[in-house]
Design a protein around this ligand. Sequence first.
Ligand code: ADE
Length: 272
Amino acid sequence: MNSSTQASSTAARPLGVLAALPQELGDLIAVMQAESGVVTRTFGRRDYHLGTVHGAPCVVTLARVGKVAAAATASALIHVFDVDAIVFTGVAGGVGESVHVGDVVVGETLLQHDMNAEPLFPRHEIPLLARSRFDADHALADALAAACERFIAEEGLELAARFKAALPRLATELPQVHRGLVISGDQFVASAAAVGALRALLPDALAVEMEGAAIAQVCHEYDVPCAVVRTISDTADEHASTSFSSFLTDIAGTYSTGILKRFLAGYRPLAR
Ligand code: ADE
């Protein structure tokens, strides 16, 4: 096989793109429909949408909520749809002191904050894998962070005008892009006490959600690159459920649409 046929067979492998809830996917499926048409395959009670989005061959699906759902979906993307890499998009609760509603967090490492097999294994360690933290792929995380920065530079003022009631902070400060630890667990965190306990145990945590570290574990086990981008919908305190619901309905799709448009337009399958 010469290098050009190698390149084209690599290019044919799709990128897996997933979110927990439909609002978190933005316009991806509509763009796919317009660009290439959509082939939908149903597997394990999920619909997987195959086609091209902003020039990138993709399999787009919804994991639903929680770590088991996320792990099952990531496994199907790898074994049934032979994806080249996996990118998760969605919302999260802000945990870091400087992480505000409307900011974006790109995961560098991911950890399951509810894993606790003490005293058999250290807190948070995944038994028999000898690790608690899973790395996102550096190149994917860099490309996602660059897409987030461009989205905010190009659409930040429009976001501020459009969402001024929900995001008054944007009147004086554009959203920030943070990179670092994202923590996942099968809990919607919604109290100052709970978020305080997470901060005490994991002082470097930036955001909490319910899927990312499960996907990162599956991708680690099968050597598939992955990355996670999360827009902050709430700060995991007593206001979290109201803030989450209105952010999800009104704003989350705008962020996913704007970030993924820029990310996918520049996406090239990773050399592996
Ligand atoms: N996703 C968005 N907000 C969240 C929160 N507060 N807890 C867990 N997952 C979330």
